[in-house]
Design a protein around this ligand. Structure first.
Ligand code: THU
Length: 121
């Protein structure tokens, strides 16, 4: 299952729109009911307006009716950035899986990736 999400993430990364960084990222999130939603990074000539692959995958899941607690795991082709870690925490995924800098596949909970996380009271 872990491998399947990473394979899906790697395959979809080829469809990233990243002409500025040339850094292609893919993400595949699996819902508890088995559905898988994919995302890629989408950049923009106004650089800060680009979106990360994880946020696209999570947003697609939301469009299809998923809410926090409905998503089980996500495979990402890269370590998630700080902002994406906050998104992953919001949706209460069980596992976040990605290859680390050494190429080793690692798996963390969102809370491990963002200790003492801020939450809206
Ligand atoms: N990027 C992601 O898609 N996810 C991350 O968690 C890290 C960064 C993208 C954003 C940008 O298009 C490119 O990688 C280079 O920063």
């Amino acid at each position: 299952m872990t491998d399947e999400l990473l394979e899906r993430a790697a395959a979809v990364a080829e469809r990233a729109y990243a002409p500025y960084s040339n850094y292609f990222v893919g993400a595949a999130v699996r819902a508890r009911d088995g559905r898988v939603f994919e995302g890629v990074n989408v950049e923009n000539a106004a650089y800060p307006l680009g979106v990360c692959a994880e946020k696209v995958a999570l947003s697609r899941a939301v469009v299809e009716g998923c809410r926090p607690g409905d998503l089980e795991a996500i495979g990402i082709t890269a370590s998630p950035c700080g902002g994406c870690r906050q998104w992953l925490y919001e949706f209460r995924l069980d596992r976040v899986i990605f290859p680390n800098r050494d190429g080793e596949v690692v798996s963390y909970t969102p809370a491990e990736l963002l200790p003492d996380t801020w939450e809206l009271e």
